[in-house]
Design a binder for this molecule. Structure first.
Ligand code: G3I
Length: 372
């Protein structure tokens, strides 16, 4: 990456609310037990308190398939080193989704997820499971299949039981149900095959089956656009209270946090997380990135980097301000592997590291909040 970028990043970092001295290997801030062979370093995971998990998605599948680089997790050694040294929680970006892990009926493809879980164990990390019931990234055999309700129900139960029990004890949090509401807070009764064919009751069953398969895992609802107190987050607030009253094993509510600098920072994020915390739930930020307008070939301006750092930091501070929010995951950590430019033409630079893994102001902003 260009020197000019590094210079401006450093300048902006110094203007942010940073501690006088960032933690060094000589003065590690965390007392979390060290996995064998791992040294404490000046990284995000070692800046965080012992009971707070700082995570990232592990690049693979999805948009990566159509890109010109080889699968990052398996082929980019520097990527793997940063993944291990910076993060205490990892999520599969695509590798645990239906189309990937269950490509043919009754035939599972576990290799990539096995590798991710093994990597986490070697590096003293926890894993977030993503996801079991979703309207997107389902395999064709499922979406186009001609199944009776009874068969479909058995297919979902088999999938949840098989996948969750395979990794039982190794997944800290599961996104059981992903994006079940639209932006108006209406259940996706058409798009979501499970809800469309089997009715909304299938959502509670998914939680029950996941809980049977791994009683230790914390089971979450996960969605985007629910950072603020709005129609969509209200819909979750209602349905979760109903499920809790019925004894459905729901343990958490997660906001994804795909933010755009075209809009203001979501108002009242902390208060919104707090109202779910008040229900006795864990909360989490599971997929944050902060995208900006970026003409092709252009570099972010200092002002853009500063604003981006501010969004990341406010999101982290909101989570840190809520007792049961103990997991904060960024959706990829290096710009070159981010999903953002693939989906949003003319936008990018949404992560906390430049393409050469050097740190952007947003990185330092997160670190400064973690070490407090
Ligand atoms: O389905 C088409 C397929 O027909 C085509 O042959 C292929 C060609 O590359 O593309 C396929 O679609 C891809 C899709 O993944 C399915 O694998 C898209 O191009 C690709 O952009 C897409 O990317 C993933 C996206 O989820 C899909 O929804 C991203 O890698 C992944 O980062 C992103 O992650 C989601 C979370 O799971 C849930 N929250 C939102 C978040 C960002 O969208």
């Amino acid at each position: 990456m260009k020197v000019t970028r590094l210079a401006s990043a450093a300048a902006i970092a110094s203007a942010l609310v940073l501690p006088a001295a960032l933690p060094s290997a000589a003065a590690p801030p965390s007392d979390r037990p060290l996995p064998p062979g791992l040294a404490k370093q000046d990284t995000l995971r070692w800046s965080a308190a012992d009971d707070f998990y700082i995570g990232t998605a592990v690049a693979g599948g999805g948009h990566h398939v159509s890109q010109s680089y080889p699968a990052p997790f398996f082929n980019d050694q520097q990527y793997r080193e940063v993944l291990a040294s910076e993060f205490s929680s990892i999520s599969a970006e695509n590798q645990m989704k239906w189309e990937f892990i269950h490509p043919q009926r009754g035939r599972y493809r576990f290799a990539e997820t096995d590798a991710i879980v093994e990597f986490a164990q070697e590096n003293g990390q926890v894993v977030r499971g993503h996801t079991l019931l979703w309207h997107s990234q389902n395999p064709e055999w499922l979406e186009e299949g001609d199944f009776s309700d009874q068969e479909l129900r058995a297919i979902l139960k088999d999938h949840i039981t098989t996948v969750v029990s395979r990794y039982a004890g190794q997944i800290q949090q599961w996104d059981v149900a992903n994006e079940i509401f639209d932006s108006e807070g209406t259940l996706r009764t058409e798009e979501n095959i499970w809800i469309r064919e089997l009715g909304p009751g299938i959502i509670a069953d998914a939680f029950r089956w996941a809980h049977e398969a791994d009683p230790e895992a914390k089971l979450f609802f996960n969605d985007y656009g629910v950072e603020a107190n709005n129609a969509k987050s209200d819909a979750y607030y209602e349905v979760i209270q109903k499920y809790l009253a019925q004894g459905v094993p729901v343990h958490g509510f997660a906001v994804q946090g795909h933010l755009s600098m075209r809009y203001g920072f979501p108002a009242g994020l902390e208060a919104n997380l707090q109202r779910f915390d008040d229900l006795g739930l864990e909360t989490a930020v599971t997929e944050i990135d902060v995208r900006m307008d970026l003409p092709i070939g252009a570099d972010p301006t200092a002002a853009q980097l500063e604003k981006q750092a501010n969004y990341y930091q406010r999101a982290l501070e909101a989570c840190l301000g809520v007792e049961g929010c103990n997991s904060f995951t960024i959706w990829g950590f290096v710009d070159k592997y981010s999903w953002v430019p693939v989906f949003f033409e003319g936008q990018g630079a949404a992560t906390v590291m430049w393409n050469d893994f050097t740190r952007k102001p947003a990185y330092y902003a997160l670190q400064s909040s973690l070490v407090k």
